[in-house]
Ligand binder design. Structure first.
Ligand code: C2O
Ligand code: CU
Ligand code: CU
Length: 458
C-alpha cells in the first residue's frame, strides 16, 4: 500500500465538514505527544499535553472498513500509551499498558494500525499516565465515516471538557484524595474544543451532524439543545434505531465521561439564528457550551429528509443461551496503596470491582474478572454499591443494556454505561473479539484508585 491510501481525510473534507478551528490531520499520520500551550482563559496555560505545540488534539478521521495507521511518538519524559475508545479493534492495538502492550517511553514510537469495523463518533486518550496527560489536555475525537454519505450539509464536532486552573491560568492539581474517594475532582474552566462557548457558522436551514463527546476526566454533563429542530441519531458511536426523547432543560441528557451523542440539527432559517448546546452545571442555570450560528440564505431542509444511519455490524446476543457474570462496584475493603509503576499512581486505593482493588499498572497476580468464550453470549450484572455514579466502560466489545432496577433503558449499543446510585443493571454482549479487555470506571480518579479490572475473551 502506498502512503496516500493511509490518509485519514482530505483538506476538501475539512472545509465541507465545517470543523471550525479543529485541525484535520491529512497525510501526516504520525501523532507526536508533546508539551503545548494554549489560552484556555485570558492568559496562556503552559504545561498542556497535545499533539501539536499550540492546538487541541485534532479530530482524527477514518472510514469504516478502511485501515488507519497512527504511529504514536512520545516526546514526553513520562511514559504513555494511546487508547482508541469504543473501537472494536484487535487487542494489541488497544493501548492498555501491560495488558496489551508495554508503555511507550520517551523518544519511542508505537505503530498503531487498525481497521475500524464500525462507523460513528469515538475518541482517543492515553491509558498510561492517564490522569496527568488527560487532565492536561490529551483527549481527542475520532470520527469514523460511513462508506455512504448519510446526507448532512455539514458536520460539527464538540469535545467537552474541563480544566482545573488557578486565576493565573496555571494548572491546579488534577485531583484531590477527597474527590477521588467520592464523585471525583471537578475542573473549574468549562470548554468546548478548548474554547469558552465557541460559535460555529453553518448554513441557514442546513442539516448539521453535531457530534458531542464528553472527554472530561470527571464530569457528567447534563445537556440539551436550544433553538433549531433536532433529534438524537447516534449514541456512543452507534446509530439509534429506537425513538429516544429529545432532551430538554427540564429533562437534560446525562452524558458521562467517555460517552458520545450525535444529533441531527436543522439550522434555523433566519440568518443569525442560533442553536445552543446547553449544559447544566451544579448550582447555576444552564449555560451554552457551544453555539451553531445560521449564515446565508436558508435552504430550508427538514430532519425528515434524513434516512436512518446504517446499522453497525454488531452481533446480537442470544439471551436464551447467555451465561451470567456478576460485578460489584464499590469501595475497597482494604484500602492500601497501588503500586507506582511507569504509568502513574494517585497513591491511594479507594475503589474495587468484586471487592478487589486494581493493584496498579502492571496488575501482577491479578487474573481476569471473568473469562468469556469467544462467540458466546453473556449477561453481565453490574451492581453499584456506592453512592456515586460510575460510567463503566468495556474495551473491545459492544454491549446492550437490557434491564435496570431503577429505569427503563433503551436498547442502545454502547461501550460505556453510566451506572446510577444504587443501580443494578444488566447488559448483554457477544464475546466476539478475543483478548484481555480493560473494564473500568471512566471517572479517571476512580479508575486509578482501584475501579479497574479486565475481562478475558478466549
Ligand atoms: Cu476511554 Cu479504558 O478507556
Ligand atoms: Cu476504551
Ligand atoms: Cu466511578
Amino acid at each position: 500500500m502506498n502512503r496516500r491510501e493511509f490518509l485519514l481525510g482530505s483538506t476538501a473534507t475539512a472545509g465541507a465538514l465545517g470543523l471550525g478551528g479543529m485541525e484535520l490531520v491529512a497525510g501526516a499520520q504520525e501523532l507526536t505527544i508533546q508539551p503545548a500551550s494554549f489560552a484556555l482563559r485570558d492568559q496562556v496555560t503552559n504545561g498542556m499535553v497535545s499533539l501539536s505545540p499550540d492546538a487541541p488534539p485534532p479530530v482524527l478521521y477514518g472510514r469504516q472498513g478502511e485501515v488507519m495507521r497512527l504511529p504514536v511518538r512520545n516526546t514526553l519524559a513520562d511514559y504513555t500509551a494511546m487508547h482508541w475508545h469504543g473501537l472494536r479493534i484487535p487487542n494489541d492495538m488497544d493501548g492498555v499498558p501491560y495488558l496489551t502492550q508495554m508503555p511507550i517511553g520517551e523518544g519511542e514510537v508505537y505503530d498503531y494500525a487498525f481497521t475500524p469495523p464500525d462507523a460513528g463518533t469515538y475518541w482517543y486518550h492515553p491509558h498510561c499516565m492517564t490522569m496527568e496527560q488527560m487532565a492536561h489536555g490529551l483527549t481527542g475525537v475520532m470520527v469514523i465515516a460511513e462508506p455512504e454519505d448519510p446526507g448532512f450539509d455539514s458536520e460539527q464536532v464538540i469535545n467537552l471538557r474541563d480544566f482545573r486552573l488557578d486565576e493565573n491560568g496555571a494548572f491546579l492539581p488534577a485531583y484531590t484524595p477527597r474527590g477521588a474517594a467520592r464523585a471525583g475532582t471537578f475542573g473549574n474552566v468549562h470548554t468546548a474544543n478548548w474554547l469558552k462557548t465557541p460559535v460555529y457558522d453553518h448554513g441557514a436551514g442546513h442539516l448539521v451532524r453535531l457530534r458531542v463527546v464528553n472527554t472530561d476526566t470527571t464530569r457528567i454533563y447534563r445537556l440539551h439543545l436550544m433553538g433549531g429542530d433536532a433529534k438524537i441519531i447516534a449514541w456512543d458511536g452507534h446509530p439509534v434505531e429506537v425513538e429516544v426523547p429529545i432532551p430538554t432543560a427540564d429533562a437534560p441528557l446525562l452524558v458521562g465521561p467517555g460517552q458520545r451523542v450525535d444529533f441531527a440539527v436543522a439550522m434555523p432559517d433566519q440568518e443569525g439564528g442560533r442553536v445552543d448546546l446547553m449544559a447544566k452545571l451544579p448550582g447555576r442555570p444552564a449555560q451554552p457550551m457551544a453555539t451553531l450560528r445560521a449564515v446565508g440564505a436558508s435552504v430550508s431542509r427538514d430532519l425528515r429528509e434524513l434516512g436512518p444511519l446504517p446499522a453497525n455490524p454488531a452481533a446480537m446476543p442470544d439471551l436464551a443461551n447467555a451465561d451470567l457474570h456478576e460485578f460489584v462496584f464499590g469501595w475497597t475493603p482494604e484500602g492500601g496503596q497501588p503500586d507506582n509503576g511507569f504509568c502513574g499512581s494517585l497513591g491511594y486505593n479507594f475503589w474495587s470491582i468484586n471487592r478487589i482493588p486494581w493493584p496498579g499498572d502492571a496488575a501482577a497476580d491479578v487474573g481476569p474478572l471473568a473469562t468469556l468464550e469467544r462467540g458466546k453470549s453473556y449477561v453481565l450484572r453490574l451492581r453499584n454499591e456506592s453512592p456515586n455514579l460510575h460510567p463503566i466502560h468495556l474495551h473491545g466489545l459492544v454491549f446492550t443494556p437490557i434491564k435496570s432496577n431503577l429505569r427503563k433503558l433503551p436498547p442502545l449499543l454502547t461501550d460505556t454505561m453510566l451506572l446510577l446510585k444504587g443501580e443494578v443493571a444488566e447488559i448483554a454482549l457477544v464475546a466476539d473479539n478475543p483478548g484481555d479487555w480493560a473494564f473500568h470506571c471512566h471517572v479517571i480518579e476512580h479508575q486509578k484508585t482501584g475501579l479497574t479490572g479486565f475481562i478475558r475473551v478466549v
